[in-house]
Design a binder for this molecule. Structure first.
Ligand SMILES: Cc1cc2nc3c(=O)[nH]c(=O)nc-3n(C[C@H](O)[C@H](O)[C@H](O)COP(=O)(O)OP(=O)(O)OC[C@H]3O[C@@H](n4cnc5c(N)ncnc54)[C@H](O)[C@@H]3O)c2cc1C
Length: 393
């Protein structure tokens, strides 16, 4: 693996950096300098305004083909952009469940008609997608889900029943992608269909509810005989084959745990801020526990190591080696690293850490990393059985 960026990659970096330097402050100024959290209704609208700015300037989905709203950048250039994006302190992407999770699955399984319709609208923020996997009794054991899709050939569509929960930003979204049991009497991974569902259908109720950090970022979505017509979107609402939804969904979860959801730029930027925080407190002459310096160094090294690992993953991908179950390790890594970086910052700040300060807020969100995208206990099971070949208990 050659770690030298090419001239064109360096030019790409310079272009991204220059654009962010002028566009970000202008956007912040539009919102009084300090935008709200994207997990509140008002903050979501503000963030969407930023996503439109990104799209109009061609930075919303850099690695997508031009016809779908991207700029055809390579995976390496995407990583360069992500590094610049996070280093600039740009806001989290509120459309991320669409662009980082659904989109790779639409590229892999969607028909040309579905791709033409779904992708560009998603990239522009016209349609906002949330992920409908979890149900009240189907979290870690996703295959036990009970939401149903019954075929209605007479009307030409599907009748939906059931309940999805923990749906991130569901209350602010327009569409949901999720798994539904479409073969009556089928069990576990069989007989499931992956559907793309507009949330405005009659019989769909979306109820937002709060998170630990106080933001109202979750929703519960209830389907009560909602009719989903085959022409609800061009190419139809089924992604992949009817009844084969499990394998389509596994492609989505592999994107979630693997490369796309948490690019290393996020953690290298946090680590850099942590180093700055440590230096600032030290220079102020604060009495800092000597162990903190080691923890800062360790966090910074791990973020760099995660970056190198990601470059290796991109190289593997380019050379046709799939990430597969190894993405389970990656998910454990970034989520635990994020908690460690934030905990170290809070220990440096001590009593000065404000409950709604950036490090405290970041820490509260980091705590959910070992839970979402498949809990780390489950990821450790997968890694033990499928990667290390340890016996199943
Ligand atoms: C911030 C956040 C955002 C989320 N966003 C979404 C979203 O957008 N869409 C969506 O569908 N879901 C979302 N989720 C839900 C998330 O995917 C689930 O919380 C997760 O899969 C765990 O399911 P559960 O909450 O039902 O816990 P459970 O499955 O009940 O697990 C409880 C505990 O038991 C452990 N456990 C369970 N089974 C085993 C086992 N076999 N071996 C060892 N340990 C086990 C788990 O690891 C966990 O610690 C989100 C969650 C969070 C925290």
């Amino acid at each position: 693996m050659d770690l030298t960026w090419s001239e064109s990659e360096e030019a790409f970096r310079a272009e991204a950096r220059a654009w962010l330097a002028q566009a970000l402050p202008a956007w912040r100024d539009r919102h009084g300098g300090r935008p709200l959290s994207g997990d509140t209704a008002e903050g979501f609208a503000q963030h969407l305004d930023w996503e439109r700015t990104l799209f109009d300037a061609g930075w919303a989905v850099v690695s997508w083909p031009v016809e779908h709203g991207g700029r055809g950048a390579s995976r390496w250039e995407w990583l360069v952009f992500e590094e610049e994006y996070h280093a600039a302190g740009a806001p989290p992407r509120v459309t991320q469940n669409g662009i980082f999770l659904l989109a790779p699955t639409v590229f892999a399984f969607g028909t040309p008609e579905q791709q033409a319709h779904v992708l560009r609208r998603m990239a522009r923020g016209d349609d906002r997608w949330c992920q409908g996997w979890s149900e009240p009794d189907a979290g870690s054991d996703l295959a036990s889900l009970t939401s149903r899709a019954r075929r209605d050939d007479e009307r030409g569509g599907w009748v939906l029943e059931g309940r999805k929960t923990w749906t991130t930003r569901g209350a602010f979204c327009t569409h949901l992608f999720g798994l539904f049991r479409s073969e009556p009497g089928s069990e576990r991974h069989r007989g499931l269909t992956y559907l793309m569902v507009p949330l405005g259908l009659d019989g769909v109720t979306v109820r937002g509810f709060g998170r630990l950090d106080g933001d109202e970022g979750f929703a519960e979505v209830t389907f009560d005989g909602a009719f989903l017509p085959d022409d609800s979107l061009p190419g139809g609402p089924v992604l992949g084959e009817v009844g084969a939804g499990w394998s389509v969904a596994m492609a989505t979860t592999s994107s979630e745990r693997g490369l796309t959801l948490r690019s290393p730029g996020r953690f290298t930027a946090t680590a850099a801020r942590l180093v700055d925080l440590y230096r600032q407190r030290r220079d102020e002459g604060r009495d800092l526990d000597p162990g903190l310096r080691d923890r800062v160094t360790q966090g910074w090294m791990e973020a760099e190591a995660y970056r190198l690992q990601t470059l290796q993953t991109v190289t593997d991908d380019a050379e046709g080696r799939p990430a597969g179950a190894a993405s389970s390790f990656v998910k454990i890594w970034w989520s635990e690293l994020d908690v460690a970086l934030h905990e170290t910052a809070l220990d440096i700040l001590g009593p000065d850490a404000e409950l709604d300060g950036p490090w405290s807020k970041g820490w509260q969100f980091a705590l959910s990393g070992p839970i979402y995208a498949g809990t780390n206990e489950i990821q450790r099971n997968i890694a033990a059985e499928r990667v290390l070949g340890l016996p199943r208990r």
